[in-house]
Write a protein that binds this ligand. Structure first.
Ligand code: ADP
Ligand code: MG
Length: 225
């Protein structure tokens, strides 16, 4: 599904070049459920953001569904992202001024869905996540767990081929976390969705089919489960 070749990422800091990703070469196949682990600051979020096209590498090649992402123009890259990728953030990144319903609907506005189709898709998601009763509330009126469910519903509504999640259970209690891991496992096994998650939890990592350990911006190990 995607292939990174010699990907590096640097930041300029007071005249110094700070290296965050260091010559990463990595292939991820369709149908994998990959857990990325590693110490804080090892480059996990940066790697996920590069894969999710929210950030660009400084060097290297990135192929996604046989497209050369590193050569695409901003507009084409953003179209590729919207068409294929769902992103779940640790800090939810919901839009405060929009209701639960409107937050979940947002990604559909970038696609050619009729209003009636949008309504049906959002209703499905509200149902699936058992948040129908919350649809007119604003994010600030929800618990952390509920906000994360809305974030996940929003990521899933376009039925992405690839779901990326940066510490999706970081702010949840263990029961909520388990429910989300079970949902991810089901999406992967039953719907064949490719998933890449960043996690600090060994237990959550083991829901996946492969664990990648990052250390100082390099892949220290990659183990199939
Ligand atoms: P992780 O998610 O593994 O904790 P990150 O990918 O967030 O790590 O960050 C890796 C390193 O890159 C950190 O040392 C961080 O300070 C640095 N970094 C991230 N973003 C920036 C930025 N915009 N400017 C400078 N340094 C950054
Ligand atoms: Mg991070």
């Amino acid at each position: 599904m995607l292939s990174l070749k010699n990907i590096s990422k640097y930041y300029q800091s007071g005249g110094n070049k700070v290296s965050v990703l260091n010559n990463i070469t990595l292939d991820i196949d369709e149908g994998e459920f990959v857990s990325i682990m590693g110490p804080s600051g090892s480059g996990k979020s940066t790697l996920l953001n590069v894969i999710g096209m929210l950030d660009e590498a400084s060097e290297g090649y990135y192929y996604f569904l046989d497209k050369m992402v590193h050569q695409l123009k901003e507009k084409q890259r953003s179209a590729l992202y919207k068409e294929n990728i769902g992103f779940v953030f640790q800090a939810y990144h919901l839009i405060d001024e929009l209701t639960v319903y409107e937050n979940i609907e947002t990604p559909l506005l970038y696609h050619d869905f009729k209003s009636s189709e949008r309504k049906a898709l959002v209703a499905d998601m509200l149902d699936r996540f058992q948040i129908v009763g919350k649809k007119d509330l604003f994010p600030a009126q929800l618990s952390g767990g509920q906000q994360q469910l809305v974030g996940i519903a929003r990521a899933l509504i376009v039925k992405p081929k690839l779901l990326l999640a940066d510490e999706p259970t970081g702010n949840l209690n263990s029961k909520q976390g388990e429910e989300i891991m079970e949902l991810f496992q089901k999406l992967n096994k039953e719907d064949g969705m490719t998933i890449i998650q960043v996690t600090h939890s060994e237990k959550n990592a083991e829901y996946g089919t492969r664990i990648i350990n990052l250390l100082d911006g390099t892949v220290a190990s990659s183990k199939k489960l």
